[in-house]
Design a protein around this ligand. Structure first.
Ligand code: SF4
Length: 265
């Protein structure tokens, strides 16, 4: 899927205020902007409505689901595409009546498929007093360039092919990580692991980090059963894999998705 080059409009599928459920920022309050479109096809994907290959050719969502009051499930459908001015006004409104928020989570899908819109949006997020927090597959390093001046935190996936059942992206991950480090963006990496994880994939992921940014936190996130993806890792596997990775890198944590425990979006 080619990146959209329109700096004035964007297609989103979901907007809500909730807590971050993953990684080192677990529990902080965020506004989530879920962008439409993803170039990958991870079998464990919990947002399949955003995956381009799983939609009809040329599909763009006509509307975006917005939870108007946090946690109440009082969804409204707002028309796509969003203008930059309209989305900034919505963020200001959310942050006033449901905030303060630590940051705005740019999620998807793959937000970097709409890079020019993001480069226009991110300065406004900073001006509203929130940090910018990018959740990404971590392989679209050319598109990342558009965001770097305003990007505060990058939550970067490292895709393990034995788990995603997609092609590996080791070289792209390496370049993505390097650009974040060179631009002093706070970054951590996350690898989803299932019972099918090949330990050789973990060695490859560790090599990417060791060669580029060896002190970067790597999170092993056990796959949350969703749809056809039901083979969560066993307890002994998680501990074995953490020990395996700790032989290469100093900062390895096992952290599950926590928002699912308390039924948050
Ligand atoms: S990169 Fe994310 S949004 Fe895209 S298919 Fe994988 S899990 Fe789903």
């Amino acid at each position: 899927m080619p990146a959209r080059s329109d700096p004035t409009t964007a297609h989103l599928t979901e907007i809500f205020s909730s807590i971050q459920g993953e990684g080192p920022y677990v529990g902080v309050r965020q506004i989530f902007l879920r962008f439409y479109g993803c170039h990958r096809r991870c079998v464990f994907c919990d947002s399949p409505e955003t995956v381009t290959a799983w939609q009809p050719p040329g599909y763009q969502p006509a509307s975006c689901r917005v939870e108007w009051t946090p946690g109440r499930r009082d969804f409204r459908a707002l028309d796509n595409p969003f203008s930059l001015e309209g989305l900034v006004a919505l963020l200001r409104d959310f942050n006033t009546r449901a905030g303060p928020h630590h940051s705005v989570a740019l999620t998807g899908g793959e937000p970097l498929l709409q890079p020019e819109f993001l480069s226009a949006l991110l300065p406004h997020i900073n001006q509203l007093g929130m940090k910018t927090y990018l959740e990404t597959a971590g392989d679209l390093y050319p598109q990342l360039e558009h965001l770097l001046p305003w990007l505060d935190i990058a939550a970067m996936d490292i895709k393990l092919p034995s788990v995603t059942q997609n092609e590996a992206a080791w070289g792209s991950h390496r370049k993505f990580l390097a650009r974040c480090v060179e631009n002093e963006v706070e970054i951590f990496a996350k690898a989803i692991v299932s019972a099918e994880t090949d330990p050789a994939d973990l060695d490859a992921a560790c090599a990417v980090l060791r060669e580029t940014a060896p002190n970067t936190l790597l999170i092993l996130q056990p796959m949350t059963p969703f749809g056809d993806a039901s083979n969560a890792p066993r307890p002994e596997q998680l501990l074995d894999w953490q020990a395996q990775c700790l032989a290469h890198l100093p900062n390895i944590r096992v952290i599950p998705q926590t928002h699912r425990f308390i039924n948050q979006l």
